[in-house]
Design a protein around this ligand. Structure first.
Ligand SMILES: Cc1ncc(C[n+]2csc(CCOP(=O)(O)OP(=O)(O)O)c2C)c(N)n1
Ligand SMILES: [Mg+2]
Length: 280
């Protein structure tokens, strides 16, 4: 069995940053084809996705159902644009599908469907991902499988009780191959978070999870968190990531309402140019 993304040490930070940039470029292509999309969120988790798919995860792009694979569950289905970019870049999905994002009949829906290769859970209804990840990790533990389970969830999902029920279960079952990344981008549907979720890291610690907090848009910190998470200490791990919606495109980073990006047909060219200029 070919494992194309097995961990390489020391971490190739420059290579991973370039991968994150390429993912962002794919996302701009998708959103500009549709004229709109959840571009801000995809851009904010691009660094995590690059590090997972091109450094950390045991995953075979040609065989996305390989039973021994590590799992990545994207709880926030509307972040799908990020996952599509990663799956295109690693070769599970085709590059020519990027232009179909959000279109009728496309496999690259605006929210995730697990009928698309490489997708581990159907998203859309929020705060379901951690519970599913706990279930998968528990099944692996009972089956004595070695695979890791990585799950992304959002700051908005911290406002839902199901997240904390799952957090308790993860600790109770000592799921030490489960790693949660909490994308604290500071926004939910209408702008800033309406219900205060801080202090996020202290809450996870109080629920018994090994916890660290990072700048989720700094590749060296993302990689350090993944390396830290490799050590098993009998409890699940939480990585609290501080991220910037629209990361990599200054015009989008400055938008107050970044939850959904819709701009005029004539503005997409400038957005794509900004991304290339920021990369330098
Ligand atoms: C259970 C549930 N409630 C409400 C919604 C509607 N909704 C879609 S995205 C979103 C924002 C939630 O905040 P967050 O997950 O932090 O997303 P962000 O704005 O950062 O993309 C909401 C409320 C939903 N999809 N599911
Ligand atoms: Mg949010």
């Amino acid at each position: 069995m070919a494992v194309t993304n097995a961990p390489v040490d020391p971490a190739p930070i420059g290579f991973l940053e370039e991968k994150a940039h390429r993912l962002r470029r794919h996302m701009v292509k998708m959103a500009s084809g549709k004229g709109q999309g959840y571009l801000g969120q995809g851009l904010d988790i691009a660094d995590l996705l690059a590090a997972l798919y091109f450094y950390e995860m045991r995953y075979d792009p040609a065989d996305p159902k390989w039973p021994e694979r590590d799992r990545f569950l994207l709880s926030t289905g509307h972040y799908s644009i990020g996952l599509w970019a990663a799956l295109v870049e690693c070769g599970t999905l085709r590059t020519d599908e990027l232009s179909t994002y959000g279109g009728d009949g496309s496999r690259l829906d605006m929210s995730t469907l697990d009928s698309t290769p490489g997708v581990e859970m159907t998203g859309g209804s929020l705060a379901q991902g951690l519970g599913q990840a706990v279930g998968v990790a528990l099944a692996h533990k009972l089956d004595k499988r070695d695979a890791k389970v990585f799950v992304e969830l959002s700051d908005g999902e911290l406002q839902e009780g199901s997240t904390w029920e799952a957090a308790m279960a993860g600790r109770q079952f000592k799921l030490d191959k489960l790693v949660a990344f909490i994308d604290c981008n500071g926004i939910q549907a209408d702008g800033k978070l309406v219900l205060d979720v801080e202090p996020v890291a202290d809450k996870w610690r109080a629920f018994g999870w090994d916890t660290m907090e990072i700048d989720g848009n700094r590749m060296a910190e993302v990689v350090a968190a993944l390396q830290w998470a490799r050590v098993e200490r009998g409890v699940p791990k939480a990585v609290v990531m501080r991220t910037v919606p629209g990361k990599g495109i200054p015009t989008l980073e400055k938008r107050e309402k970044a939850h959904f990006v819709r701009v005029g047909d004539d503005e997409w060219g400038a957005i794509a140019d900004e991304l290339e200029k920021t990369r330098g």
